[in-house]
Design a protein around this ligand. Structure first.
Ligand code: UTP
Length: 408
């Protein structure tokens, strides 16, 4: 793409301000900007105005959850089934670590955050240690795929390397990068983060398999005979990964996927709840929970939407290509976006100042015919770190680690 085509593309989307510093740029900077304009999907920006109408929901009804008592009864058989699949190399793990972790307020990748009190305990380290438990149990390495983004790829890969992958076998660790999306003000005008660069932000955790395909990692997976992928978030330091009992339960149930869920601690807790939507598995977000849904009860008189997802899903590889071929819904999320002010100075706002555009992994569940919601004990498996203090914070995660006898 040359300057003229870049100009026309920006004009088409009402974004000509992106070229306001163009004449001041060096030749290399000009080329970088034109390249970014070529590679950025500006179409999404026009959706700002239609934010409210974007993702209409179908009819929400309750879904059956596999509860702790049933899991305890069938634990031995499930675990044997899961271990068999893991030993046969059919299970891989995907760490979604492309997010910006803006709420935590650190400029480094979230996984690099040290939650130790008397020693170093990095978030990445906790996750690797948890996966190593299963590696020992199954006596085999489990391929670990780590999604990063343009913003944290170098820092993440260097961190793992410098710390010898926390004891993981480097041959079984593969990094790949997700795509970026433009970030805009509330009117859909893309921000600039430098005179020759539009503000961009990772395009959500829903693009993970598409990015795996782009990077040739999906081919590797197929060639290696991996049939199931356990996708999980970076921020839950009690995350059980490639958990044999969970894997076995999903395989034994004949479901296309599985989702670990916890009992919600209040009807309005800020977690998405598993449900059926027009008869297919789905997740109703906490901000979509109406009074009626919050008060609804099941046949046993318990809240009907009482189980929240913890971003730990098991997907069947063969379904994933079909899922990504369909266009997942786009979510427009309010965020703090660094931008150049009128004086051309970089500002890092402390309040949200615009939108970023994301696809979400939870929407992949709705594309499937079935998904097994699998209950886990909240205090054993769910210690998310979103904030520095308060709810879902470094502090609350440290307390939960202590409760689980993890030295910090
Ligand atoms: P969050 O929804 O907590 O987003 O991500 P975030 O960007 O990390 O944090 P905030 O909202 O800015 O504070 C949930 C999981 O999805 C991953 C995150 O790394 C985390 O594991 N994620 C999120 C991605 O991999 N890519 C993205 O574009 C967004």
């Amino acid at each position: 793409m040359g300057y003229q085509e870049a100009y026309e593309k920006l004009e088409k989307y009402g974004q000509l301000h992106v070229l306001q510093y163009y004449e001041e740029l060096s030749e290399a900077e000009k080329a970088a900007l034109v390249e970014q304009i070529e590679n950025t999907d500006l179409d999404v920006l026009s959706l700002c105005q239609k934010r409210e109408e974007l993702n209409p929901r179908g009819t929400i009804t309750p879904i059956d959850v596999m509860r702790l008592d049933e899991i305890a009864r069938r634990k031995e058989a499930f675990t044997a089934c899961g271990l068999e699949a893991i030993k046969a190399g059919k299970v891989g793990a995907v760490l979604l670590a492309g997010g910006m972790g803006t709420r935590l307020g650190s400029d480094e990748p979230k996984g690099v955050y040290n939650i130790g009190l008397t020693r170093d305990v990095y978030i990445f380290q906790r996750l690797v240690e948890n996966l190593l438990d299963v590696v020992r149990q199954a006596d085999t390495w489990i391929p670990l795929y780590i999604m990063t983004s343009d913003k944290n790829h170098e820092a993440t890969t260097a961190f793992f390397k410098a710390r010898n992958y926390f004891g993981y076998h480097p041959d079984y660790v593969t990094f790949f990068m997700q795509d970026m999306a433009p970030a805009s003000d509330y009117q859909g005008k893309v921000y600039l983060e430098a005179r020759n660069k539009m503000s961009t932000s990772p395009n959500g955790n829903g693009g993970w398999f598409l990015s795996m395909m782009k990077w040739g990692v999906a081919d590797q997976i197929r060639e290696a005979g991996v049939e199931w992928l356990n996708v999980f978030a970076v921020d839950n330091v009690l995350q059980r990964i490639a958990d044999p009992c969970f894997v076995g339960a999903v395989i034994s149930s004949g479901s296309a996927a599985g989702a670990k869920v916890v009992k919600k601690n209040a009807p309005d807790e800020k977690v998405g709840a598993m449900c059926l939507e027009d008869g297919r598995p789905s997740i109703v977000e906490y901000y979509e929970m109406t009074e009626e849904l919050m008060k609804a009860e099941d046949a046993q008189g318990e809240p009907a939407y009482n189980f929240g997802v913890i971003l730990n899903y098991l997907f069947r590889v063969k379904d994933l290509e079909e899922i990504v071929a369909k266009k997942l819904p786009l979510h427009i999320v309010e965020k703090k976006i660094p931008y150049l002010n009128e004086k051309g100075e970089l500002v890092k706002p402390d309040q949200p100042n615009g939108y970023k555009f994301e696809q979400l992994v939870l929407d992949m569940i709705h594309e499937l015919d079935s998904c097994l919601p699998y209950e886990v004990v909240r205090n054993y498996e769910f210690a998310p770190i979103k904030n520095k203090t308060g709810v879902d914070s470094v502090e609350s995660a440290q307390a939960l680690c202590r409760e689980n006898h993890i030295p910090l």
